[in-house]
Structure formats: structure tokens, C-alpha cells
Design a protein. Structure first.
Length: 260
């Protein structure tokens, strides 16, 4: 698919050698992507003919103006989906139409090709009306037997009242007939919160039929002085008959390699 790279912050980032006319075209696209604009409109804003605009985009961006416009609109779809809440009555198809995708199913296929996941993955809640691409398995389809996989949940938590957190955790422990296996309190609020959230995962898996939670491994990452988080390294994962010494630990990709 002819797809130009886009950035949510605008056309200037990462494009220092573009000609003035192409920069003008990109500014127009980012400013009016939600409007019903077309390639001739972009060409007029850059004071170029349609053919001249297409040649400039091919030469400087390696993509057509139409592909770049669709990429910016896909970014808009993703931002809108991330911002939606359960109280929002819009569907994915509604968001697609807002960004001028007339075929929600085709948009979903392009979205998956660009971002590597279905549009519903950007939602904060489950949407059974996700117009996935043709050929995708329905939710109610037969599962594969013996499926085993890892789910890595990357949560950022801000504790507003450590004392209230500890009090509520102790109250829960008093009413919990199971011991807090694996928790070794060291005075760290972060450890306590990690254990509470891991316990929620255990409880959710225990309430679901047909699955067995093999392990939960909370990985705490504290922000550095800039507020950034270091890349997390997944621990080794061994099966029956294996030992930790026989399994190689795969390091997480470095930040500069994340887009490779």
C-alpha cells in the first residue's frame, strides 16, 4: 500500500529538506485533513498543478498526495479512538466517516496495515461492532486448542494518597481468605500497587472459564530525572522440563530500534 509516514505533531518534524511548496502542501493537509479536501485542493494551496504536486510528493516523500492525506486521516482516527470513553455513543464507523473514510471495513484494513492492530485495540473498552478486515476471525469463532501466549500490560500509575492506598489494601487483606502469596512488603508503595493490580489479574482469570493463568510478573519501572521510562526486559519463560539456565533471555528492543 502506498502509505506516507505522518506525525501527529505536523509536517515539519523529521522533514528538514523539503521544498517550500511541499511544506505548504503538508501544512494544508494537516490543517484541513478533517475537511472534505481532495488532491486538487492541496495542489492549489501549494500553488502547483495537480501533476506538479504529485511529482513533488513522489520525489521528496516517496508517496502520492492521496496516500499522505489518507495517512494523516488514519492518525486522526487513532487519536479519536484513543480519546473515546464508554459513555461515547460513537462507533468506529462514525469516527471513520468523520475522517472521510466512506468504507469503514476498508479503513480498518488500512489501519491494521499501518499500525499493526485493529481499530478496536485503540479503544478503552470493547466494541463488538469493530469493522475488521475481511477474513478476520469473529470473536465467537472456535478457538485454537492449547493456545499459549503472553500478555504484557504496560500501566502508568500515579498514587495520590499512599496512606489511603495502604489502608485499603490492608482492609482487602483482612477479608481475603487467601494469603497474599508472593508479596514481601518493603515499605514501597509501588510494590504494593503492583501486587494489587497483579491480584486483579489473578481474580479476573479465576472468574473466566477455559483459561489457566500460568504466571503474573509485575515489572516496576521508575521514571528517570526526565520523566522517561527505561525499556523493560521480559523475563525468561520456560516450559515443563526446562530450567532457567537452559532458556535464553530475550532483551527488549532498544528505543532507537523500536520502529525497525
Amino acid at each position: 500500500m502506498d502509505q506516507a509516514s505522518t506525525t501527529a505533531s505536523g509536517p515539519e518534524q523529521g522533514t528538514p529538506r523539503l521544498s517550500r511548496t511541499v511544506r505548504d502542501a503538508l501544512r494544508f493537509v494537516h490543517a484541513h485533513a478533517r475537511d472534505p479536501i481532495s488532491v486538487p485542493d492541496i495542489a492549489a494551496a501549494a500553488h502547483l498543478s495537480t501533476r506538479g504536486l504529485q511529482s513533488a510528493f513522489r520525489r521528496e516523500l516517496g508517496a502520492s498526495p492521496a496516500a499522505y492525506l489518507r495517512g494523516v486521516r488514519l492518525e486522526g482516527v487513532r487519536r479519536d479512538l484513543h480519546a473515546m470513553r464508554p459513555s461515547d455513543r460513537r462507533t468506529i464507523a462514525d469516527v471513520a466517516r468523520r475522517w472521510h473514510f466512506s468504507n469503514a471495513g476498508r479503513m480498518a484494513a488500512e489501519y491494521r496495515a499501518v499500525f499493526g492492530s485493529a481499530p478496536s485495540a485503540a479503544l478503552r473498552y470493547f466494541d463488538p461492532e469493530d469493522p475488521g478486515p475481511e477474513g478476520s476471525a469473529p470473536l465467537s469463532g472456535p478457538p485454537s486448542e492449547g493456545t499459549r501466549f503472553r500478555i504484557v500490560l504496560d500501566c502508568e500509575v500515579e498514587v495520590e494518597d499512599p496512606e489511603a492506598t495502604l489502608t485499603s489494601a490492608l482492609r482487602r487483606a483482612d477479608h481475603d481468605d487467601r494469603s497474599w502469596h508472593g508479596y514481601d512488603p518493603d515499605g514501597s508503595t509501588a510494590d504494593l500497587v503492583a501486587f494489587i493490580l497483579a491480584g486483579a489479574v489473578r481474580g479476573a482469570s479465576g472468574d473466566a472459564s477455559g483459561i489457566r493463568l500460568r504466571a503474573v510478573n509485575p515489572m516496576l519501572r521508575m521514571p528517570d530525572e526526565r520523566g522517561a521510562y527505561p525499556a523493560a526486559e521480559l523475563p525468561s519463560w520456560w516450559g515443563p522440563g526446562d530450567t532457567p539456565s537452559t532458556v535464553r533471555v530475550a532483551s527488549a528492543p532498544r528505543e532507537e530500534d523500536a520502529d525497525d
